[in-house]
Design a protein around this ligand. Structure first.
Ligand SMILES: [Zn+2]
Length: 463
């Protein structure tokens, strides 16, 4: 208990410190109108070692070697854009092979005519529990083809929606992986040893953040003030597309400023309420007609809170890829139906989907119900998606029936940049149980994984 308390206090202090020390001038570049407005900023999000062990494999939703690449994802290893040049080591060849494999999984699940450029850093974190981190290098809003006005779209998604590279000179995603301290498994078969962390899983997770699985929520204290506030939009006044789908337990959008003024203590409390949900229509359709609970612990965990699926809800399920920590001994090579649906809500189109019905338009409102297309079979509830075994008791209980109300208005304020050296300490609290998995044969459908054939129980363990 004492350890948790100290850790929690420390995490909060660090979060505040990061906000305090990283205030800087936001850089807006008013490009021509067709290219919209650029924001060179995004939050860095992380994945942690859960501190526990498990076993099991959630396989890719496609046959990676056969599935066509609907998006080209290129990678540069240790480019000059890496955050901590002094801490870089040469990339091991086997790590590169695994990295490429993970990119090919994503490349078969999302469509883009614009190659996605990933900068990958092999970095000594001096932190044995941080597996990796990632961020979009920036976002665009109000570009030609933007589905929703006044809303940031992370670079890779903005490019895909625009159908052109809005900024050919920049990478779209930066990610760093822990070059020491981690007993990595670099194989691509999802069979890590009991004490190993599956590298493909972590890369898949990080690139998931880079293509849009990340919000803009922050909690901290502004210079000269003592009050802890929450805010969204990086001080720009505009939300990022992910934010527009996040609601409280009653279905109120986090962007509803009549309830939660931006840069307010109320918003700070909300962001730490363990009562946040992603209410996109595709997510709801994939999650038993319920919104998906997000990770929103108290105190705030910079780099983890808001931008992950909830651990307690999704650990041990096929949708656990985008939870904030990973056990050793397990491998997850699929975003799961809910994770894939979230990306569709953001605006990604999956191969085979009808772009007319699948491309989101306007705002996510209560009247915008998800309608599965012929290629999207209904997603069973957790009782049918899980393959429980004798020892596992993980649950995946969707709890919110809320609906999103997107109202993007905001106030401007000073802005905090992402700080990749932030070292929020994770708190081990989980007691996961290793579970052998039973892997059904998978068909070669290139669509996002919404059918029974890829369903499998995966014991991701809560920390
Ligand atoms: Zn993460």
């Amino acid at each position: 208990m004492e350890i948790n308390k100290v850790t929690a206090t420390r995490a909060l202090m660090i979060a505040v410190l990061v906000l305090l020390t990283s205030l800087t001038t936001i850089s807006f570049a008013d490009d021509d109108s067709a290219n919209g407005v650029k924001l060179d900023q995004a939050l860095t999000v992380k994945i942690w070692d859960s501190g526990t062990s498990g076993s099991g494999f959630n396989p890719p939703p496609v046959n990676v070697s056969r599935a066509p690449q609907a998006a080209t994802i290129n990678v540069s290893y240790n480019p000059a854009t890496c955050d901590n040049q002094g801490n870089l080591s040469p990339w091991p060849a086997e790590a590169q092979t695994a990295f490429t494999f993970a990119l090919n999984i994503w490349g078969s699940l999302i469509e883009s005519d614009v190659p996605i450029e990933v900068h990958a850093c092999w970095e000594d974190f001096n932190d044995a529990r941080l597996l990796g981190y990632a961020r979009a290098t920036g976002s665009y809003r109000d570009f030609t083809g933007a589905p929703q006005a006044g809303t940031w779209y992370p670079n890779a998604l903005a490019n895909a929606l625009a159908g052109t590279d809005l900024d050919p000179t920049s990478a779209d995603i930066i990610t760093a992986l822990n070059a020491d301290d981690i007993n990595w498994y670099f194989g691509i078969d999802g069979n890590p040893g009991f004490s190993q962390h599956d590298f493909v899983t972590v890369v898949l997770h990080e690139v998931g953040h880079g293509i849009g699985f990340a919000g803009s929520a922050q909690v901290g204290t502004l210079p000269g003030q003592t009050q802890t506030i929450g805010r969204w939009g990086f001080g720009s006044g505009f939300p990022i597309i992910y934010d527009t789908f996040v609601v409280d337990g009653s279905g109120n959008s986090v962007l509803n400023e009549s309830i939660y003024p931006n840069s307010s203590p109320q918003l700070a409390a909300l962001f730490q309420s363990n009562n946040l949900f992603f209410a996109g229509p595709n997510v709801q359709a994939a999650n038993g007609n319920a919104s998906a609970r997000l990770y929103a612990p108290s105190p705030w965990e910079g780099g983890s809170s808001f931008s992950h699926f909830d651990l307690a809800t999704f650990s041990g399920t096929i949708n656990s890829l985008m939870t904030p920590s990973l056990s050793n001994g397990v491998a997850n090579h699929s975003p799961g139906p809910v994770g894939a649906a979230l990306l569709e809500d953001l605006g990604w189109v999956s191969p085979g989907d009808d772009p007319v019905t699948e491309t989101p338009t306007a705002t996510a409102t209560a009247t915008e119900t998800a309608i599965p297309t012929e290629t999207q079979t209904a997603v069973p509830t957790e009782t049918s998606t899980l393959v429980p075994t004798e020892t596992q008791s993980a649950t995946a209980e969707p709890t919110s029936e809320s609906t999103p109300v997107s109202t993007a208005t905001a106030t401007a304020m000073a802005t905090a940049t992402a700080n990749p050296s932030e070292t929020t300490t994770p708190q081990p609290t989980g007691t996961g149980t290793p579970v052998p998995t039973n892997t059904p044969a998978h068909t070669s459908t290139p669509d996002l994984p919404t059918s029974q054939d890829s369903l499998i129980f995966l014991p991701y363990i809560s920390r």
